[in-house]
Design a protein. Sequence first.
Length: 278
Amino acid sequence: MANMGFNINSIMYAVLRSLLILSISVSIFSTKTQSAELTLDITSYTYREVDTNDNFFMEDKSAPYLYSVGLRNWGDAIATSNIKSTNFSFLYTLEYSFGNIDYSSARTGTMKKQYYKGRLEYYLSTSSKVGANDLLPYIGLGYRDLLDDSGYKTSSTNHLGYDRLSKYYYVPIGAIWYISDSLSLKSQYNYFLEGKQISFLREILPNTYSVNPENTQRLGWGIDITLRSKLNNKWSTYGFFRSWNIEDSDLVSCSSLTYCYEPKNKTHEIGAGISYHF
């Protein structure tokens, strides 16, 4: 079959991202039965890769934290009567994170660098009851990207760093359980659709690498658990745990003599924050 010059998956994901942004905009400006939240939090972050024999390959750790600001609408955790006013709700999470990272590797030493991460999730939910408590099961679409800003930085062993862009596409499936008027629990499984890892090696070593390799990851999963507590009608606090487990990527050519792949990896995020309802 002739090459049509485009990738169906790329088109699909571009459409999904556009729908997410449009839906959030509509939700913010049109709904009066749900409250949005402005969120601020800190995260202890760890990313770890292993080789094909499960031996340590490299690790990134926040130094000391990643800092996040976000906007979300998970229904109204304070006045659950708002949830009962409709059969279906459009909910979302929008978050931007940044911070310093300590890098360490079995082969290339240590380095200090920065991370910039974005997360966008959109959910279709419905309300139900578990005993006397409200439950919002949901399913949605998710997109996460992370810029590893290592370009032109030098490690402790004089290896040159390079920028890397990570993209995850996934389906969040979960539920928000309103345990009481002041306490809610959001439990989420992330069904992994695809990951893209773009390594900007050509920008650093153009005489060695003919392209910036783009690896595809097809196997993985994630979880996201948040416990939120009401302080008053405007303020809440919350704690969370998030994790990703991703398998080896495909193998792609990165020069005339070498092939590149992204090793299997795990990400763990543990954090706490405060939110303002409006």
